[in-house]
Design a protein around this ligand. Structure first.
Ligand code: AOF
Ligand code: ZN
Length: 410
């Protein structure tokens, strides 16, 4: 199994300042050492940090393109900056060059990703950089897209431009975990998210789980939705919680919503279906019940039909492939336990994020956020990469990478 790992760094519009301050002392920041002063100047390192911040503004909207930020420096000052906002629109470098105009001549371009060298939906950035008279280019990482992959750097060097590579490379790769995983495996990048009580339960014995997360945790959850290309739940969650899965508590667009629903039990009166006219909803099913399919389709729901997996369920890998084919590369899975367990068992998850409420629910009916994973001893456990922890209002938030050590990958 090849599993790219990574982290979605919360970077939405409304709470950005809040998280920046929360993260100052986080353990992972120490991994990102400033670049060697011999290769780049302090101003260029500062500009790379600014480019990374700019790139984050594309979270949730650039897919299937990468998130990219660019800054143009001349005589120590910023003369232009830009980020990639949407596939089909101008690339980060093109926007920075447009902002700088004639001031780009003799400048240094600082960009999180290697400039493209191909004609896609937009013309090659490398050519635009050469014709604008940029003198030096500082890059975070190469673009592994086979259409680019070194060609952008080669074109710049051939034109006599000095190019410095791999500046804050780990942070720049982290911006594009979904893009990188998709290029390497053809599959989207997946984060499993769950809210649990301090005693590890996802609901009270009545089945009630509303209000488990506090207000801050709920805002964070909405922001994560806004930053992902799709949000996915199982039918169990639909029937138990009747969630809407839209972005309401923060600014940002609602992602496509997907329900794994083998037997097509999604109620026509559920919030998901009632809002299908305004926010896309896809129900992935193995059912052939024409009447139910048509009833949902009439309400604007897309029905994705699949043959049952050997376990008799909707095949998750094929649902993910379909999402990738639609250019949706980052998927937020909001449970419940059956769906989380299926992703874990099939090795299809890249990261877990668990909110822990300071509540002890007790009870005997409700599980933790996973079900039986067929692992008998502690030695059989799934390892989670370096944990990132923080307070989110009254709750605790814990995140970590699955599959392989995140630190080893970046
Ligand atoms: C950059 N800067 O801001 C982006 C890049 O169809 P297009 O023209 O948008 O090209 C998409 C490809 O270009 C994308 O897959 C990636 O290789 C590169 N994206 N490159 O220099 C940017 N978004
Ligand atoms: Zn480009």
């Amino acid at each position: 199994m090849r599993t790219a790992v990574g982290r979605v760094r919360p970077a939405g519009v409304c709470l950005r300042g809040f998280f920046v301050s929360m993260r100052v002392s986080s353990i992972e920041d120490s991994r990102f050492k400033a670049d060697s002063p011999r290769r780049i100047e302090e101003g260029e390192d500062r500009a790379m940090r600014a480019a990374i911040r700019l790139a984050r503004r594309g979270f949730g909207t650039t897919h299937p393109n990468p998130r990219v930020g660019a800054v143009l420096l001349r005589e120590g000052g910023i003369v232009g900056e830009g980020f990639h906002a949407r596939a089909g629109e101008a690339h980060a470098e093109a926007r920075a060059l447009a902002a700088a105009g004639s001031r780009a001549r003799g400048s240094t371009l600082v960009a999180t990703l290697e400039p493209c060298a191909h004609h896609g939906r937009t013309p090659p950035c490398a050519d635009a950089i050469v014709s604008a008279g940029v003198r030096r280019v500082v890059l975070g990482m190469r673009d592994p897209n086979p259409l680019v992959n070194g060609r952008g750097v080669a074109r710049l060097r051939a034109a006599g431009i000095e190019v410095v590579e791999d500046v804050r490379g780990a942070e720049c790769r982290e911006l594009n975990r979904p893009y990188l995983k998709h290029l390497a495996t053809g599959l989207p990048w997946v984060m499993l998210k769950s809210m649990i009580s301090l005693d590890g339960r996802v609901a009270a014995d009545s089945g009630d789980s509303r209000g488990l997360g506090g207000g801050s945790e709920q805002r964070l959850c909405h922001r994560l939705r806004a930053e992902h290309d799709a949000v996915l739940v199982g039918i169990g969650t639909v029937l138990a919680d009747d969630p809407e899965l839209t972005v309401r508590l923060v600014r940002g667009r609602s992602p496509v919503r997907v329900v794994l629903d083998t037997d097509l039990r999604t109620p026509a009166g559920s919030r998901l279906v009632m809002t299908a006219g305004s926010v896309p909803l896809a129900v992935a099913t193995a059912s052939e019940d024409r009447a139910r399919i048509e009833a949902l389709e009439r309400r604007g729901v897309s029905i994705w039909r699949f043959a049952r997996s050997p376990e008799g369920r909707v095949p998750i890998r094929r649902v993910l492939s379909r999402l990738a084919a639609e250019g949706r590369l980052s998927i937020l899975v909001e449970g419940g336990p059956t769906v989380h367990s299926a992703f874990l068992s099939e090795g299809l998850a890249d990261r877990v994020a668990i909110g822990i409420a300071p509540l002890i629910l007790g009870g005997s009916k409700t599980p933790g956020w996973t079900r039986d994973l067929g692992r008998k001893g502690v030695g059989d456990a799934i390892e989670v990469g370096p944990l990132v922890m923080r307070r989110v209002g009254r709750d605790l938030w814990v995140e970590g990478a699955l599959g392989a050590s995140e630190a080893g990958r970046v």
